[in-house]
Design a protein around this ligand. Structure first.
Ligand code: SF4
Length: 441
């Protein structure tokens, strides 16, 4: 079975309980929320149950509902603001994970670190609308001491805070610092019970540090009388570690943490694909249009604003952090409009006629996260792979969108999404611009 066949095969068994739940949730948000009075009230109750009363305000409820309506109608110019904030405080990591652009040194950005003061300015600019705040993207947030202060500031500004960590670091008083930061949820990556299994994917990881840190955090929660952060152990599932699922559930109980979850990976090598049907690689996330374009604000450590959390290159940035002084205007800037217009079928009457995506390549043109996409069907998909993630064995044997071809050919490698992903000396078969062997270590 080829990787492509595996990806397509996955679609045959996508109807599962989580998918039905997601569909029901989407229906409730987009349709039931329109019932005057009762609909918004139900959404408010649901949001308060999930994120807490201190987070949810009437304005956030109205914005949340409007964002879903904007997405449902594939609005190009929206009346809502993003309600997730992903702020990459530091884009450096101590590990070298195999399919990660940071771990394979493929991140096309300067390595940077947000100051606490600058992060607080961002939080102030968006706090009226943002429900969930995450202080990471491409790096390990526990490598810098500012993280705790920024999380606490976001909490006090009325945001639900959620963080992922490899937890493979030694930090003095880590448990106390995390509890006192008022972090709501912590997801700890554990891709193998044994060191040898874990480090197959997460090179440089240290299981002893991880489990010692988890024990310290559980003890600190107890000592300080806190229920937060909720701790989840998370296994990114590959073929070499899928047998660890029951073992890590056992470990969770032994450690006294709240949950153990499995996560589907983005996989570029066939031999890494798990055999279990439930763990097949992540393929499409959305239908018809991209939810990220209506919900998520992604700020990179160098101050660039990304269209979504999968962007690894500053080439595709949609603005700068300095532009956030007027959040709603920024959220409707020409680049945001162009991306939404792409999925809306380019030109919707009365909406942003100038936002034609054919003018310039967009990251979304090559993205496989959106299924049932009319625009992709019209243009011809660029690639069977999701954009931007780097892997040693990635190949470039895909078709090319006819409408984009002149743009790419006339512009050498500039804007070529294949070049963005062309690693280890592979050449783009369209513009043939890359011949750059890289040592991936
Ligand atoms: S590149 Fe893909 S995931 Fe990112 S905004 Fe575009 S469609 Fe969404």
């Amino acid at each position: 079975m080829s990787l492509r066949e595996a990806r397509l095969g996955y679609r045959e068994h996508v109807v599962s309980v989580p998918h039905l739940y997601a569909a029901a949730r989407k229906f409730a948000l987009q349709r039931a929320s329109r019932v005057p009075g009762l609909g918004p009230r139900l959404v408010e109750v649901a949001l308060k149950r999930r994120y807490g009363s201190h987070v949810i305000t009437p304005l956030k409820v109205r914005n949340f509902i409007q964002a879903h309506h904007d997405e449902e109608s594939k609005a190009v110019v929206v009346d809502s603001a993003p309600y997730h904030l992903n702020l990459d405080l530091y884009n450096v990591c101590n590990l070298r994970c195999r399919f990660c652009p940071t771990g394979t040194d493929q991140l096309d950005r300067e390595r940077k670190r947000f100051t606490a003061a600058k992060a607080k300015q961002v939080i102030d600019a968006v706090k009226d609308y943002v429900i969930v705040f995450s202080p990471f993207q491409w790096g390990e947030p526990l490598l810098i001491p500012e993280t705790y202060e920024v999380i606490r500031y976001a909490h006090d500004a009325g945001m639900y805070t959620s963080m992922h960590s490899n937890f493979s670091v030694k930090v003095k008083d880590l448990g106390r610092k995390l509890v006192e930061s008022r972090l709501d949820t912590l997801l700890v990556s554990v891709d193998g019970l044994e060191q040898g299994v874990h480090e197959t994917y997460r090179r440089n990881v240290n299981n002893d540090f991880i489990f010692a840190n988890v024990r310290e955090l559980v003890a600190a929660r107890k000592k300080l009388g806190s229920k937060t952060p909720r701790i989840e152990l998370a296994l990114l599932v590959f073929r070499h570690n899928e047998h660890d699922v029951p073992l890590l559930e056992q470990k969770r109980k032994e450690l006294g943490v709240d949950a153990f979850v499995t996560r589907k990976a983005v996989i570029y090598e066939e031999s890494w694909i798990p055999e279990g049907k439930a763990f097949q690689p992540l393929t499409e996330l959305f239908t018809g249009t991209c939810s990220f374009l209506y919900q998520d604000l992604n700020i990179e450590a160098d101050g660039g604003v990304s269209p979504c959390c999968i962007n690894t290159s500053r080439r595709w940035d949609v603005g700068r952090v300095e532009d956030l002084t007027d959040l709603k205007a920024f959220w409707n800037n020409p680049k945001h409009q162009a991306m939404r217009a792409y999925f809306a079928g380019f030109h919707r009457e009365g909406q942003a006629a100038e936002a034609s995506p054919s003018d310039q390549p967009l990251l979304c043109h090559s993205c496989d996260w959106v299924s049932d996409c009319r625009a992709h069907a019209d243009l011809g998909k660029l690639s069977p792979l999701p954009p931007s993630f780097a892997a040693e064995s990635m190949t470039l044997n895909h078709g090319i969108a006819p409408k984009l071809l002149p743009v790419l050919q006339g512009n050498d490698s500039a804007g070529c999404v294949k070049i963005e992903r062309s690693l280890a000396g592979l050449k783009c078969d369209v513009c043939r611009a890359l011949d750059r062997p890289q040592d991936l270590g």
